[in-house]
Design a protein around this ligand. Structure first.
Ligand code: IMP
Ligand code: MG
Length: 180
């Protein structure tokens, strides 16, 4: 895996290969299984980016659990608070259940900063966060992450669920934007 790929107008170079992703996701699944054995947690995947990671993570976590997905739709509110995120697609009762949010990547942290208070209103027993990737240098809003796959530099990445303007989600490896 040494080849550059092109998506729209940009070139990307290989960054994390599928074998390394698989190994790390399996470790994360085992860690979550150890903690949640017997507690029947709900994995809550954040669409679209987390769909592949979520599928692999729960298959690496051999305990009884539910999985559901949510989508966050942002819009400009009329109030000065600006952007508001609403949850769509939540089809399972979270009350008194342990919830594990499954994210593809935590960048500025804004998405979770807006969305966590919404989830807390539903009174789950607990909330933890599992993310495949995090870019600590990009953080603008504090986020507590409980399970991290890889810490990466503040450069755009695609593949394994992550896209650039719609393309690249189906790549098995993760690629990083190539400097020009
Ligand atoms: P945040 O709200 O800034 O933390 O952004 C989180 C969301 O932005 C992620 O769930 C992704 O959908 C998207 N995102 C952030 N960085 C990247 C990247 O490098 N590649 C693809 N999508 C990204
Ligand atoms: Mg996302």
């Amino acid at each position: 895996m040494s080849e550059l790929i092109q998506l729209h107008d940009l070139f990307f170079q290989p960054f994390i290969n599928k074998a390394d992703i698989k190994k790390r996701v399996e470790e994360m699944g085992r860690a979550i299984a150890n903690k949640y054995q017997g507690r029947n947690p709900i994995f809550l995947g954040v669409l679209n980016g987390a769909f592949i990671f979520a599928a692999d993570l729960i298959r690496s976590c051999p305990i009884n659990c539910d999985i559901s997905f949510i989508k966050l739709s942002s819009y400009r509110g009329t109030r000065s608070t600006g952007e508001v995120a609403t949850l769509i697609g939540l089809d399972i009762e979270l009350k008194d259940r342990p919830v594990i949010i499954v994210e593809d990547i935590i960048d500025s942290g804004k998405t979770l900063d807006t969305f966590l208070p919404e989830l807390e209103k539903l009174n789950p027993a607990s909330i933890e966060l599992a993310t495949l990737l995090t870019k600590p240098e990009a953080r603008e809003y504090p986020v507590t992450i409980h399970y991290t796959g890889f810490e990466i530099p503040n450069k755009f990445v695609v593949g394994y669920g992550l896209d650039y303007n719609g393309l690249g989600r189906n790549l098995r490896d993760i690629y990083q934007l190539k400097d020009v």
